[in-house]
Write a protein that binds this ligand. Structure first.
Ligand SMILES: [Zn+2]
Length: 324
């Protein structure tokens, strides 16, 4: 006996290097998983379809019929209302329709969400439901964040609120991909940590977590982590001063460093904060799977909002800021 009709969703997380998919039940349990490589340009839709079918094909026939909605989390600038990826530098996209074509190809209604918002939603609802109005930072190749106020994420009029990575913290610092200089992302992303360590030591490293592993044995590694935590503390000081969030949650790949990062950021922030008290600084619990679970949450929310008589392919009209 399979799951009741419409009880399952297909979640897809489209990143710069990989596309991940999972079929998720109403209790947030992952039933099947699939993974593929991202492709640049409109062929990203082919990559998404292949990974989606892989995840669906692993289901028993009865469960396949129970899948009622698809949630797609995507990097770049996305417009959830139109179902369009407005721009993604990493994927080489400009105004690519996402939800319409995928609805046709998969025969299921599709909702779109920004990947950082998806990760933030999952972290707040599933990973850290104990926290009130946290500020969730996702630190990976880049840095972005989600602000929760009154329990809801803040999208801003462009839908692009929360670009903490492009807040300037070192005016004389390295150039940023956005064209500015000394952005937080240019000095404290996972990529920046690895780059800085190589610059100081002359040694190539596989990534930021390798620098983390050397903290106890290599003073240069320790220095890089101090610099990173210091830049993050400066960026987050602005956040604490302006927004007084209930907590600061550090997620994404770099946050896998765990307490080593959160302890330093908390200490430096406490030394620098003059106005608002520093809220708890904690690391995210869901790790790199947060985007996928956030896409599943969106799809489940849409599924429960569907009137029983409505066409499952009817586009949804809720503005992005009300995604809950
Ligand atoms: Zn920038």
């Amino acid at each position: 006996v399979g799951a009741p009709e419409g009880r399952l969703v297909l979640a897809i997380d489209v990143g710069g290097t990989s596309v991940k998919a999972a079929v998720v039940d109403a209790d947030h349990q992952i039933l099947t998983r699939a993974r593929g490589t991202s492709r640049r340009g409109p062929e990203i839709l082919d990559a998404i379809e292949e990974v989606a079918r892989d995840a669906l094909d692993q289901l028993a026939a009865a469960d396949r019929a129970a899948v009622g909605y698809v949630g797609v989390a995507m990097l770049g600038l996305v417009d959830p209302e139109r179902g369009v990826c407005v721009r993604s530098v990493n994927l080489g996209l400009d105004e690519l329709e996402v939800t319409g074509p995928l609805r046709e190809r998969l025969g299921l209604p599709v909702a779109l969400i920004h990947d950082v918002l998806a990760a933030g939603l999952a972290e707040v609802r599933l990973g850290r439901p104990d926290l009130v109005d946290p500020f969730v930072v996702v630190i990976g190749t880049g840095i972005a964040a989600v602000t929760f106020i009154g329990g809801a994420p803040v999208a801003g009029v462009t839908g692009q609120a929360g670009e903490l990575g492009h807040v300037v913290v070192r005016p004389d610092g390295p150039a940023c991909a956005c064209g500015s200089r000394g952005c937080l992302e240019a000095v404290a992303s996972a990529a920046a940590v690895a780059r800085r360590y190589t610059e100081l030591s002359g040694r190539e490293v596989a990534g930021a977590l390798e620098v983390f592993d050397r903290i106890d044995s290599d003073p240069l590694a320790d220095q890089v982590w101090d610099e990173t935590a210091s830049a993050l503390a400066d960026g987050l000081l602005t956040v604490v001063t302006l927004l007084a969030p209930g907590a600061l949650v550090l997620g994404g790949g770099l946050a896998d460093a765990g307490d080593v990062l959160t302890d330093r950021v908390r200490r430096m922030l406490s030394e620098r904060s003059r106005v608002n008290p520093v809220p708890p600084v904690v690391h995210a619990r869901l790790g790199s799977g947060a985007g996928l679970l956030g896409a599943a949450l969106l799809a489940h929310d849409r599924l429960t909002e569907l009137p029983a008589s409505a066409s499952p392919a009817a586009p949804h009209q809720a503005p992005p800021g009300t995604v809950r």
